[in-house]
Design a binder for this molecule. Structure first.
Ligand SMILES: *Cc1c(COP(=O)(O)O)cnc(C)c1O
Length: 373
């Protein structure tokens, strides 16, 4: 079977054996945080145990209270919404743009009410949202912007790294992402007023960080918080990956470009639409997807499985999920969200692929359309 994802390990196990500290906030945590600050150009970075944790910390930092509204797409991973629902907040969904699968900025303003606190943008597949328009809306209505950049490490918008634009941003180092350490994540901070409190939240609600810096003599419970830190074992693993980040992304982009060329004819014949990269974005090759135009996506998945290829759909939109129905609101018809969710197909994308395997995969897709034209 050609897997959809097959994580790769860089670095040496011996560097983990050499550690003298295994819990969070050791040497490698600091190295990773430094790497993130210098490469993503955010004001501060806090290494945490998942992107989900970073999103939960964002909701705490924004003081989300019962029935506060947070505008976001429904076409996203569950944690984008769940982090706010945990605080009593209400995700308000607006439709996506069909070209990019990202939130449609022209639908945002109509969804704003007195209760709106923030806009959460998701850079789907590592492709940037149209940030200038979103920033303008946020400024006009005094709203925070959070970038769910789980899939978007090292992608840029008009030359700016994603994760450096919102008040807060979140990254994922889950094994399905470009850069991974099994499970892990980061909270990136660009609005400096959040820095001090973010560290308290990570440290289980204590001022341990001020204690470590000898600013206070004893540390104690001062705020909400949880155990959000990343173990030093994972941080060591992660640092080896970050050191190779540019190479990893270059390799993914070459696979991305190869798929794009191979699939061109099917787009010309209007049988599929390929991943669209807007001119303002440089992407990181996180996902290569196609949108199937004959409504037979699920049949294609089945046929590819028979040919030992694991290609997968994305996502069941949150507004139509059982828990989403109870805890969220829709502010515009979810036409594009539903269309994309029903017709999008992600092709295998990982560092164990090669061009020959890609040719085989694409050949099976061409064969399917020959039989289903
Ligand atoms: C993967 C992902 C997450 C969750 O990441 P974890 O590190 O697994 O918690 C959140 N949002 C988006 C858009 C993702 O793709």
């Amino acid at each position: 079977m050609i897997p959809f994802n097959q994580p790769k390990y860089f670095g040496k196990i011996s560097s983990i054996k050499k550690l003298s500290r295994f819990s969070s906030k050791g040497l490698y945590t600091k190295k990773c945080e430094k790497w993130l600050i210098s490469n993503i150009k955010c004001k501060d970075a806090i290494l945490v145990n998942s992107c989900t944790s970073a999103l939960e910390m964002s909701a705490l930092l924004l003081d989300i209270k019962l029935n506060d509204e947070i505008i976001m797409p429904s076409f996203t991973f569950v944690s984008t919404a769940n982090a706010f629902v945990l605080r009593g907040g209400k995700p308000v969904f607006v439709d996506i743009d069909k070209e990019t699968c990202n939130i449609n900025p022209s639908k945002i303003e109509k969804a704003i009410t007195k209760k709106t606190k923030a806009i959460v943008v998701v850079h789907y597949a590592g492709i940037s949202c149209e940030m200038d328009t979103i920033i303008k809306i946020a400024k006009k209505h005094n709203l925070y912007i959070i970038e769910d950049a789980a899939q978007a490490i090292m992608s840029t918008y008009k030359g700016r790294p994603l994760g450096s634009i919102g008040d807060l941003a979140t990254l994922s180092f889950h094994e399905t992402k470009n850069i991974h350490c099994g499970e892990g994540g980061a909270l990136l901070i660009n609005n400096t007023k959040f820095i001090k409190r973010a560290k308290i939240l990570r440290d289980k609600g204590t001022n341990r960080d001020s204690f470590d810096q000898k600013i206070v003599k004893k540390y104690t419970w001062v705020d909400y918080g949880s155990s959000y830190g990343l173990s030093e074992i994972n941080a060591t693993f992660l640092h080896a990956q970050l050191s190779q980040a540019k190479k990893i992304i270059r390799r993914r982009l070459s696979l991305f470009d190869h798929y794009h060329k191979l699939l061109k004819k099917l787009e010309i014949k209007k049988l599929i639409k390929r991943t669209t990269i807007p001119t303002y974005n440089k992407t990181n090759g996180h996902i290569y997807y196609i949108i199937i135009k004959n409504n037979k996506r699920d049949e294609l998945i089945k046929q590819l499985t028979q040919k030992k290829i694991n290609a997968v759909f994305h996502y069941i939109p949150l507004h139509s999920s059982p828990f989403g129905k109870l805890n969220t609101k829709i502010k515009s018809p979810m036409k594009n969200t539903n269309f994309v969710a029903n017709n999008l197909l992600r092709l295998p994308m990982h560092l164990h692929l090669d061009r020959k395997i890609q040719v085989y995969i694409v050949k099976q897709i061409y064969n399917f359309f020959k039989e289903n034209d």
